[in-house]
Design a protein around this ligand. Structure first.
Ligand code: TXA
Ligand code: MG
Length: 328
């Protein structure tokens, strides 16, 4: 397949490119597009054949459910069973990096929701994403636009590297703003559950809801299959270092052959230092950091960030990259 790349001005995207891209979606094709979190690989969420192409292009297991991307909150009404809490959350936090899991209506094909009776919805805060969804006239199923298991793409060059020849179009809207994926909250049951920490801060959500978010136990892990797989892994080892701790590299490794990424003064003389001025910038740079550093250095030491705000989601991505989270 020949993949076409289009560069768009996010604040004034070319209407002809958008219309043609929407035609590709309506005909069952794949279009990668920017969101505020990471780039997504979009297809018509209501067309099972189109959704199957996403799994094939990414090399992703098909029991891993996808997020349906909307351009307006009202679109949720015909896709899932809504209640007051869902409407209030959407009114407060959409568009933005918050994905809500609700009981699905039958219009959503089982393949889109990985066979579950729930579906995940989100309204991205990005003008190209909104315009593409609006022009397509359907919700877009969109996982991150990377080959399964690789760090998620935060710019179009990375999407191109992973998916060139496997998708119809890539829309380049420049680098993203948040850098890690959305926060996924299950509100299909009475107690809201934090299924995946991400761009939307847990503290703000808990303050709004007036209750602490539950965290998945073994059973609800099965309800969010995406959390089972190893993700975000660079090709070289990643070690976590907390400020104040001694640096522990395996025998035979020298920090001069490794790279450091984080917020603090590195604990040794590293071959390369990728230092961020804030935890928000760390989140913006973590995935491209993994991808660029892995090509040159023997390993990466990643600083353990503070937990608040986007730090919780960043911790999760670093843990997974270091592969010391429980995985499969
Ligand atoms: O920021 C994001 O969320 C990005 C951009 C492109 O929007 N998308 C993204 O999609 O990260 P993906 O497919 O890589 O991650 C979707 C997550 C997975 O952890 C999946 O298990 C969970 O959402 N999920 C989707 N549907 C679900 C459902 N019905 N129940 C529980 N978890 C669900
Ligand atoms: Mg992903």
């Amino acid at each position: 397949m020949k993949t076409l790349l289009f560069t768009l001005d996010p604040w004034n995207p070319d209407p002809v490119v958008l219309k043609e891209s929407a035609d590709v979606i309506r005909r069952g094709g794949l279009v990668a597009f920017p969101t505020e979190t990471v780039y997504g690989l979009g297809a018509n969420a209501l067309d099972p054949e189109a959704v199957k192409k996403i799994y094939a292009a990414k090399g992703r297991p098909s029991d891993n459910p996808l997020i349906l991307h909307l351009s307006r909150p009202e679109q949720a009404e015909y896709l899932v069973y809504m209640d007051d809490r869902a409407r209030r959350l959407m009114a407060a936090f959409w568009p933005g990096p918050l994905t809500l899991v609700l009981k699905a209506r039958d219009v959503i094909p089982p393949v889109t929701r990985g066979g579950l009776d729930t579906a995940a919805l989100r309204m991205p805060d990005h003008p190209i994403a909104s315009a593409l969804i609006e022009a397509s006239g359907c919700p877009l199923a969109a996982p991150s636009a990377n080959v399964s298991g690789r760090p998620s793409p935060t710019d179009a060059q990375t999407v191109w590297q992973d998916l060139q020849g496997r998708v119809d179009r890539v829309l380049d809207g420049g680098p993203v703003r948040v850098g890690i994926e959305s926060t996924v909250v299950d509100i299909s049951t009475e107690r809201p559950l934090l299924l995946r920490p991400g761009g939307m801060s847990r503290e703000i959500l808990e303050e709004f809801l007036g209750v602490p978010l539950g965290v998945p136990d073994g059973q609800s892990k099965r309800r969010s299959p995406g959390t089972r797989y190893r993700h975000y892994a660079p090709a070289v080892p990643v070690k976590i270092w907390s400020p104040g701790d001694p640096l522990e590299l395996e025998e035979g490794y020298s920090p001069s052959e490794w790279a450091f990424m984080g917020l603090s003064e590195p604990p040794a003389h590293f071959g390369y230092v990728l230092r961020f001025a804030s935890v928000e910038n760390y989140a913006r740079g973590v995935f491209t950091g993994f991808r660029t550093l892995e090509t040159v250095w023997k390993g990466i030491v990643a600083e353990w960030p503070p937990e608040s705000g986007v730090g919780l989601g960043l911790r999760d991505r670093i843990l997974r990259a270091a592969s010391i989270s429980e995985g499969e």
